[in-house]
Design a protein. Sequence first.
Length: 245
Amino acid sequence: MEGRTILITGAARRLGRSIAVEMHGTGANIMVHYHRAGEDAAALVAELNGRRPSSAACWQADLRQIDRLPELVAATVDRFGRLDALVNNASSFFPTPLAEINLTAWDELVGSNLQAPLFLTQAAAPHLIDAAGSVVNITDIHAERPLAGYPLYCAAKAGLLGLTRALAIELAPRVRVNAVAPGPILWPESEVFDSTARAEIVANTLLNRVGCPQDVARAVHYLLAAADYATGQVINVDGGRTAHL
């Protein structure tokens, strides 16, 4: 990936940060998108540029504002001269019991998990086609096996999984589109899962442990850099949880 450019959404923290660090290590230039985590984004860019000067930059955007997405793509191309890969990682996650679902929750969960990846890929497509590039969407194992209490989030991620396969068709043969579906990797910061719930989830993984962000980052690395004959596919990185859910 040396000399290539990757745009990663939600890259300032958590999984996105690990993906950015992993892919920067391959020699790629990284555009770090962030929404509210400006200090974290700036710190990450400084760290990456300290390793390799002028190899990283950041850009703020609310991805639900569709009219700003071409601006994000243009800023990436203006900064690095090209766009070779897009990682749609940014995501919102919170419970929505059926009786409490409203348009605000819809706009947040569907907007971040499905709408933004669609329209950002649309904006990036001409550059990705020119570069014979690649897209990786970060879905969720609950896209296929829904989690009780989270119907809207699961539906949005299920839509993203379907979109992954549809975009693989639409952008073939020049652009590959795949997905990584994490299982229990990082617990939500909102503490929505107590210790009992966490223990039950871990007990349902075949490996009987929580994964780490680098597990997801390495799967993204494979899809972007080594999976030249894979498109329309999803890799579950879940410790075997989906094998018997």
